[in-house]
Design a binder for this molecule. Sequence first.
Ligand SMILES: NC(=O)c1ccc[n+]([C@@H]2O[C@H](COP(=O)([O-])OP(=O)(O)OC[C@H]3O[C@@H](n4cnc5c(N)ncnc54)[C@H](O)[C@@H]3O)[C@@H](O)[C@H]2O)c1
Length: 354
Amino acid sequence: MHAGNRPHSSVARLTSSMRGVGSCASGASSCADADRPKVLITGGLGQLGVGLAKLLRRRFGENNVILSDIRKPPNHVYHHGPFIFSDVLDYTSLRETVVNNNVSWLVHYAAVLSAVGENNVALAKEVNITGLHNVLDIATEHGLRLFVPSTIGAFGPSSPRDPTPDLCVQRPRTIYGVSKVHAELMGEYYHHRYGLDFRCLRYPGIISADSEPGGGTTDYAVQIFHAAVKSGLFECNLRSDTQLPMMYIDDCLRATLEFLEAPAETLLNRTYNIHAMSFTPHGLAQEIQRVLPDLKVTYNVDAVRQAIADGWPMALEDTAARRDWGWKHEYDLAELVQAVLAHVTTGNQLARAH
Ligand SMILES: NC(=O)c1ccc[n+]([C@@H]2O[C@H](COP(=O)([O-])OP(=O)(O)OC[C@H]3O[C@@H](n4cnc5c(N)ncnc54)[C@H](O)[C@@H]3O)[C@@H](O)[C@H]2O)c1
């Protein structure tokens, strides 16, 4: 796919070019031109990318954040800030995009998620492992700050599950999990070996109101809200007592921005757990029923998803993130339910009005 592009050729340049990578003081709502990074988000049309682009554009300016994906964007995305086609498996074209746009931060969201990955291992291997290799080499060669999200899926049945610490046995049983452990280890290796400014957060299941989940094991926790508002009936594909760590999307995206902006010297780790809340389908349904008492939930367990969830953490231990760069979640279960129901209800009313 690509030859002669290995990082050793650029280590000397890396140190000097990294000085140019902007870092705005945390707390300000926007930052001075000279400090603004130029950000490229790969896989940006999934559940998380569009929201992250919105947040980063408010902070760094609309034209300093480029969304990319291999799919055609909807109009509201296409008309609100730069969008380009970029396939992370195409090394030359990705490199060209980074060079031509003077990119200084790369957020690597392109991935095949847990449930989809188990149904197409070859694709997950290609996107999650080969794609990551391309991104690592390009980021190192061009002195980028590289953010790669990991996941609760990077742990497995032999990891301590309640809570799961930052450092412990990681023997996941999905190709998704294996590829994310690989990403954590490769990123940390490139950091130590070549000085790459690699940053990685292990996200819990992320709950959003206005973007669709992309085929993960925690998707039910998004779908239940839409069903609750539309029909009042929801069939859950996980057992009612399956406890998993979850987070509202606003907390996840804010964590990502704050972590990206944290001064490198404060980061004692390069991979951190972040935690907000843990709940079961039964607990989530009960909280929604406080607002929508007619919601009825039935259970039709999907064996593949259940087996994945049974090997995942029930809660993440995140004291290092709170200590090193000030991570603090804002949404617990009650606030999450209020926020998501408000969004979903407004979205439905708008859709009916058109
Ligand atoms: N959403 C979650 O709950 C969650 C939890 C933990 C970690 N993560 C991680 O966060 C990142 C973003 O997650 P998401 O939920 O937005 O994922 P998603 O599945 O919704 O979106 C992934 C995007 O990647 C794109 N993509 C696939 N192959 C590509 C390729 N070859 N080149 C470029 N783009 C390609 C897809 O078109 C899609 O838009 C992923 O790395 C995921 O592993 C997400």
